[in-house]
Design a protein. Structure first.
Length: 71
């Protein structure tokens, strides 16, 4: 039994290589996040580009037909 286990351990060893060095994953993530930050800052003053003020509508609850408004 021990010979079988030892033979299984000496079998085919699979090594999955990364396609780039590990630190490059961090560099890539940092670059993507910086790009998204710049994209966010590009739209920070879009409210001021619309001269008319938006009208705020008061909340009016909708009552479905056939239902009472009393609780």
């Amino acid at each position: 039994m021990i010979e079988l286990i030892a033979a299984a351990e000496e079998g085919h060893h699979v090594v999955n290589e990364l396609f780039m060095p590990p630190f490059m994953f961090g560099v890539l993530a940092f670059a993507i996040l910086m790009l998204l930050t710049v994209l966010t800052f590009l739209f920070r003053n879009t409210q001021h580009s619309h001269p008319e003020a938006s009208a705020v509508s008061p909340y009016t609850p909708y009552v479905h037909p056939g239902h009472d408004t009393d609780e």
